[in-house]
Design a protein around this ligand. Sequence first.
Ligand code: DGP
Length: 114
Amino acid sequence: MSDCLFCRIVAGDLPSDEVASTERTYAFRDIKPALPVHVLVVPREHIVSADTVAPEHAEILAEMMSTAQQVARAEGLSERGYRLVLNVGDDAQNSVAHLHMHLVGGRPMEWPPG
Ligand code: DGP
């Protein structure tokens, strides 16, 4: 989708700070990091959000998890822990309509979120 921000990043039409790249996924640093480590893991295919995920996306979702694990290990987060977040809709402050998993960590976090 030419008017989708993350599709344009995946295509290389817009710059990004790449962290990992696989057949079905791409991971890059969030432009406005909320924690010391803040990486976005996205599918290369345009999927709007977790709310529109369907059974045919199973392989993509599995690969997103695998990429997240790979990034967490590379960033040294596996032992201390990290959080994976999928925001959906306005109440969750979802701002980009292309499925993305936030991988955040690098310091202790609060739960529940505000
Ligand atoms: P969400 O609120 O869940 O829709 O998260 C969208 C995230 O995307 C937000 O943390 C900021 C990030 N973001 C927005 N525009 C850009 C961009 O152009 N580049 C990068 N690297 N991140 C972006």
